[in-house]
Ligand binder design. Sequence first.
Ligand code: UD1
Length: 421
Amino acid sequence: MKLKITSRARLKGTIKISGSKNATLPLMVCALLTYDEIILQNIPHISDVLMMMKLLQDIGIRVIYQEDEKTLRLQKEALFVNLKKEDIKKIRASYYIMGALVANDLNFKTHYPGGCSFSKRPIDYHLDAFKKVGYQIIEKGEELIFQKLKTSDDIINYDLPKPSVGATINVLFISILRKGISIIHNPSLEPEVQQVIEMLKLMGANIIQENNTLKIEGVDHLHGITYKIMSDRIEAGSYLLLAASVKRSKIIFQNLDLTYLEDVLKTLKQMGLHFKKHNNQLVVKKTKRLIGINKTIDIYPAFPTDLQQILSVACLKAKSPSTIIDKIYPERLTHLKEIKKAKGIIQLVNHQIKIYPSYKLEAGSFYASDLRCGFACIVLAVMANGTSIIENAELILRGYENLIDKLRGLQVAIEEEKDDF
Ligand code: UD1
């Protein structure tokens, strides 16, 4: 899929933020942990979620999706593990299925997950954790064969070298139904992980958060639940950065959770954007050129890595230079090539991204090599003089609901470019 976008100096309109992709995916997998029905509300209609529905259906989950009501009903029936390599490879979050199958004490075959490949993304913390609960994992190329060999110790300590989102959730999955105590040291406490913890606790799990640890005491079973998914802070941040990137903008944000956006809003305020809260809405206004920023990307509550590429683009038209350091994924740099194509002045110096005032950005053909790079390309196309093409744009639909309509609602001149035959 190709998108054609023509530059714009003004944006105006209202945008409603959807449910969070990175919370929805593990919450869907929780259906593997109980025989009761799970009802999830505020489901975003994005391709990663549709792929997760397929994966769950393929292993014995009854899936009823009421798209108009944004509701998903999931219920475990008899599990038969039939994971297709091509499906597993489509999304990164397929690794949550490994954790949930381990929680069910099953032997199974799967593959390394796919998803965005902006950097090396190992899953060694996950595999080490599965081994601690008695699994042998044999690797045959990309295939992973899971065999439960022994029972696990009463008390298991997990020391995560980095506070990984995926590994923390997988350790929660393999611990909540396991007899005994599990302690996660250095867990990720990103808002999406907090949602998983909250939902699991409401389902009957015994999880205690103390300082920088999570202590889990296994329970016999979990029960069903109706649960509402948080609003997507990364989608919100992406459109906030779009608002910051044009000469003038006035955008009203609805369904926004401000608590989780503190650092993003603080950063944009420092750069010169104006915010006003009005009846559960946030009115965002840009009237003057941005000021450059020095930003370190880190774990929550710091500025999120998923917005680093879009922030890099937004800084291009600031009147002073900016520096960005991504401490989570320092190699998340696929956008640099696209920025250079538009004649943006950007450099990488000792893992620091340096962005210089680049007032004359040129339209071009940009490539969405990963999800967030894709949105960064959209922002670049809106800023660059002329009409640009974004190739591989279907990737952006993995994480942005109603992308084209939402952008049009803000007066972005966007069209889907049909291939000529
Ligand atoms: C999740 C998000 C992704 C986000 C990232 C960081 C999903 C589906 N994806 O990815 O959008 O950018 O959190 O907020 O929710 N690490 C290892 N070994 C492991 C696991 C992680 O070395 O086994 C390292 C990673 O390379 C990285 C750091 O730990 O440097 C954090 O990664 P992690 O939080 O696990 O990212 P994901 O869960 O894959």
